[in-house]
Ligand binder design. Structure first.
Ligand SMILES: [Fe+2]
Length: 187
């Protein structure tokens, strides 16, 4: 999968490179649900260099990028209901995904587990602080949140997550849905 420019047109952003449907458009591609599916399969700002070699963890990271796009769009249209929903999802994703990674690192006896967990904790606290201020009524608290998440995720994946790639195998990764892990992280 190749990286897609954030300045690309919406139709380009939502297309699936190398898709067999791309060279022979069908009526199905014109339907709104097709765009939703494309967005999940090919989230903006994802690139192969971000892969950590495990499809579940990659899918988590891609979900974060899809969520940042939702935040971008909802902020552009000042849709407070969707922004609030996206913030709730972000908190769940952060909790669930970080737990999945930390469980995998622990199972693999990854030597830098403590340092990595500390980075997760710092970002979790940052998101929580922004969410609390937003929920208390200061709507401007969410300004720039999508960029914060997007920039942090890319940097974290490339600088920290990539370091555990040689340690973690598929057998170390909890494959349960993100929502289940999010509940476990709260407990
Ligand atoms: Fe991580």
């Amino acid at each position: 999968m190749s990286q897609t420019s954030s300045t690309a047109t919406p139709s380009a952003v939502l297309s699936v490179p190398n898709s067999p449907h791309q060279t022979a458009p069908t009526p199905l591609q014109e339907q709104p649900q097709r765009k939703d599916v494309d967005m999940v399969l090919n989230p903006p700002e994802w690139s192969d260099e971000m892969s950590v070699g495990n499809s579940i963890l990659d899918a988590d990271h891609q979900s974060f990028l899809v969520l940042t796009r939702l935040l971008f769009e909802s902020q552009k249209h000042h849709n407070q209901l969707v922004i609030l929903s996206a913030i709730h999802m972000l908190e769940e994703y952060v909790g669930g995904h970080f737990l999945r990674e930390e469980k995998a690192m622990k199972a693999a006896k990854y030597p830098q587990l403590a340092a990595h967990t500390l980075k997760h904790g710092q970002f979790r606290a940052r998101v929580k602080a922004i969410a609390e201020v937003y929920k208390s009524g200061t709507l401007s608290a969410a300004d720039g949140l999508a960029e914060i998440v997007q920039d942090w995720l890319r940097q974290h994946v490339l600088d920290e997550d990539k370091l555990y790639v040689k340690w973690i195998s598929d057998i170390h990764v909890d494959t349960r849905p993100l929502g289940i892990l999010a509940l476990e992280a709260q407990g």
